[in-house]
Design a protein. Structure first.
Length: 107
Protein backbone atom coordinates (compact mmCIF):
# COMPACT_ATOMS: atom_id res chain seq x y z
CA UNK A 1 0.00 0.00 0.00
CA UNK A 2 2.81 2.44 0.87
CA UNK A 3 4.56 1.56 -2.39
CA UNK A 4 1.46 2.53 -4.33
CA UNK A 5 1.18 5.86 -2.48
CA UNK A 6 4.87 6.51 -3.14
CA UNK A 7 4.33 5.96 -6.89
CA UNK A 8 1.34 8.31 -6.88
CA UNK A 9 3.34 10.92 -4.99
CA UNK A 10 6.18 10.53 -7.47
CA UNK A 11 3.80 11.05 -10.42
CA UNK A 12 2.26 14.11 -8.77
CA UNK A 13 5.76 15.53 -8.24
CA UNK A 14 6.56 15.01 -11.93
CA UNK A 15 3.32 16.71 -12.95
CA UNK A 16 4.04 19.67 -10.66
CA UNK A 17 7.57 19.96 -12.04
CA UNK A 18 6.22 19.94 -15.60
CA UNK A 19 3.55 22.54 -14.77
CA UNK A 20 6.15 24.78 -13.15
CA UNK A 21 8.31 24.58 -16.28
CA UNK A 22 5.33 25.33 -18.50
CA UNK A 23 4.36 28.28 -16.32
CA UNK A 24 7.86 29.72 -16.59
CA UNK A 25 7.81 29.36 -20.39
CA UNK A 26 4.35 30.92 -20.66
CA UNK A 27 5.46 33.86 -18.52
CA UNK A 28 8.54 34.41 -20.70
CA UNK A 29 6.45 34.22 -23.87
CA UNK A 30 3.88 36.65 -22.47
CA UNK A 31 6.60 39.13 -21.53
CA UNK A 32 8.14 38.89 -25.01
CA UNK A 33 4.72 39.44 -26.57
CA UNK A 34 4.04 42.48 -24.37
CA UNK A 35 7.43 43.95 -25.31
CA UNK A 36 6.77 43.42 -29.02
CA UNK A 37 3.29 44.96 -28.81
CA UNK A 38 4.73 48.05 -27.09
CA UNK A 39 7.45 48.34 -29.75
CA UNK A 40 4.96 47.93 -32.60
CA UNK A 41 2.64 50.54 -31.09
CA UNK A 42 5.53 53.00 -30.88
CA UNK A 43 6.67 52.34 -34.45
CA UNK A 44 3.13 52.56 -35.81
CA UNK A 45 2.62 55.87 -34.01
CA UNK A 46 5.85 57.21 -35.50
CA UNK A 47 4.78 56.15 -38.99
CA UNK A 48 1.38 57.83 -38.59
CA UNK A 49 3.04 61.03 -37.36
CA UNK A 50 5.45 60.98 -40.30
CA UNK A 51 2.67 60.46 -42.84
CA UNK A 52 0.49 63.15 -41.27
CA UNK A 53 3.43 65.58 -41.30
CA UNK A 54 4.12 64.98 -44.97
CA UNK A 55 0.43 65.30 -45.79
CA UNK A 56 0.32 68.64 -43.96
CA UNK A 57 3.40 69.87 -45.84
CA UNK A 58 1.85 68.85 -49.16
CA UNK A 59 -1.39 70.60 -48.27
CA UNK A 60 0.51 73.75 -47.29
CA UNK A 61 2.49 73.68 -50.53
CA UNK A 62 -0.68 73.23 -52.57
CA UNK A 63 -2.54 75.94 -50.63
CA UNK A 64 0.32 78.40 -51.18
CA UNK A 65 0.82 77.40 -54.81
CA UNK A 66 4.42 76.57 -53.86
CA UNK A 67 5.24 74.31 -56.80
CA UNK A 68 8.96 74.46 -55.97
CA UNK A 69 8.37 72.63 -52.66
CA UNK A 70 6.55 69.71 -54.27
CA UNK A 71 9.59 67.85 -55.71
CA UNK A 72 11.32 67.93 -52.31
CA UNK A 73 8.18 66.64 -50.61
CA UNK A 74 7.82 63.89 -53.21
CA UNK A 75 11.44 62.87 -52.54
CA UNK A 76 10.87 62.96 -48.77
CA UNK A 77 7.75 60.82 -49.15
CA UNK A 78 9.60 58.35 -51.37
CA UNK A 79 12.50 58.09 -48.90
CA UNK A 80 10.14 57.66 -45.95
CA UNK A 81 8.07 55.06 -47.78
CA UNK A 82 11.19 53.07 -48.67
CA UNK A 83 12.46 53.20 -45.08
CA UNK A 84 9.06 52.16 -43.73
CA UNK A 85 8.77 49.30 -46.23
CA UNK A 86 12.25 48.06 -45.32
CA UNK A 87 11.45 48.21 -41.61
CA UNK A 88 8.20 46.31 -42.08
CA UNK A 89 9.92 43.67 -44.22
CA UNK A 90 12.78 43.31 -41.74
CA UNK A 91 10.41 42.84 -38.83
CA UNK A 92 7.87 40.57 -40.49
CA UNK A 93 8.39 36.87 -39.79
CA UNK A 94 8.56 34.51 -42.74
CA UNK A 95 5.21 33.06 -43.79
CA UNK A 96 4.24 29.95 -41.86
CA UNK A 97 1.78 28.84 -44.50
CA UNK A 98 -1.09 30.76 -42.91
CA UNK A 99 -3.49 32.50 -45.24
CA UNK A 100 -2.66 36.09 -46.01
CA UNK A 101 -5.42 38.72 -45.86
CA UNK A 102 -5.40 38.98 -49.68
CA UNK A 103 -5.69 35.21 -50.01
CA UNK A 104 -8.47 35.13 -47.44
CA UNK A 105 -10.46 37.78 -49.36
CA UNK A 106 -10.20 35.89 -52.63
CA UNK A 107 -11.47 32.67 -51.04
Amino acid sequence: MFGRLKRIESKVDLILKELTGMSTQISANLQALMTQVAQNTSVEGSAVTLIQGIAAQLQAALSNSDDAALPALVQQLSTSASALAAAVAANTPASSGAATPAAAKSS
